[in-house]
Write a protein that binds this ligand. Structure first.
Ligand code: AMP
Ligand code: MG
Length: 287
């Protein structure tokens, strides 16, 4: 359904990056009404998503080690926040652990880059959502040359070993790169400037980062190529259309949860015995 990141690096000029495979176009074509049909399709995924999430949670509560980690990466305005409200919003918040990664604090910088990530991982039964992630440590950090090239090299390997270990110990990892075009980003940044309810989201520094667009695309291409292991694949999600992006990630979550084969755990007590106890007890009766 979604295009796995290509084995070859993405081309640096965004215009030349194919946004959709023929299969994706075929999928999208099923939304005759475009945006409104896409929004409806997203809504329709909600009940099954919620039920599977609850089963995952129930299994975690009763001893399963399974958990899910959804990593959201993308340029400013690519819609990480929109995915949180529209897609993740379909789930029960009590089973979700959301973590947004910002510029590291001094304490975080004093540790290895994965230290703060380790502390934010989902527990058994939970669905963890990373709004930005350890990939910033090979993206913004590479673009701004905040560490030596050798250290960046080491990090790709360290990330693969880390994600493999997570996968081996019960975490299903889904990594989404929300892919937008440079033109769409300009449109969305301008919309933030024009709209008083959105101006708070804009930072002048966003324009500085935008000026490094090609460097970011190159850094993404390398990260997606180097860290695309079978246990933790990358998905490039075309994100110029918000409704498609939200639906595609919901669909990916749904496929992941279905594949986990979660179910309601059987009780580890005798239902009939507990029923009989409740039916015969009389607390509060004063006897
Ligand atoms: P936002 O997600 O728009 O609130 O912005 C968060 C900012 O934190 C972005 O500019 C990121 O590039 C930055 N950031 C996140 N992780 C790191 C990191 N490991 N090193 C440097 N900057 C980071
Ligand atoms: Mg921002």
């Amino acid at each position: 359904m979604l295009r796995r990141s290509p084995r070859r690096p993405l081309q640096h000029s965004t215009e030349r990056i194919p946004l959709e495979s023929p299969h994706e176009r075929a999928q999208r074509a099923t939304f005759d009404g475009g945006k409104s049909a896409g929004k409806k399709a997203l809504e329709e995924l909600g009940p099954e998503l919620a039920e599977l999430q609850e089963k995952l949670f129930a299994e975690g509560y009763t001893g399963s080690r399974q958990r899910v980690l959804l990593v959201l990466q993308g340029m400013d305005t690519s819609g990480k926040g929109g995915v949180l409200s529209h897609t993740v919003g379909l789930l029960d918040p009590s089973g979700i652990v959301l973590k947004s990664f910002k510029k590291p604090t001094d304490e975080e910088l004093a540790h290895d880059f994965l230290w703060r990530i380790e502390h934010a991982l989902p527990r058994a039964g939970e669905i963890g959502i990373f709004d930005r992630s350890h990939y910033e440590d090979v993206l913004v950090v590479k673009v701004h040359e905040l560490v030596e090239p050798d250290e960046i090299e080491r990090r790709y390997t360290a990330i693969n070993a880390f994600e493999q270990r997570l996968a081996d110990t019960g975490t299903t990892i889904i990594k989404c790169m929300l892919h937008i075009s440079a033109d769409k980003q300009r449109e969305r940044l301008l919309a933030r400037l024009d709209e008083p309810t959105k101006q708070w989201k804009f930072k002048p520094a966003d324009v500085d980062e935008r000026e490094r667009w090609d460097d970011y695309q190159a850094a993404y291409a390398i990260a997606l190529e180097r860290c695309n292991i079978a246990a933790a694949p990358w998905y490039v999600v075309p994100s110029d259309r918000k409704w498609y992006r939200n639906w595609a990630i919901a669909q990916l979550l749904l496929e992941t949860l279905r594949a986990l084969d979660v179910d309601w755990p059987a009780p580890d007590y005798d239902v009939a015995v507990q029923r009989a106890r409740l039916e015969s007890d009389r607390p509060g009766s004063g006897t």
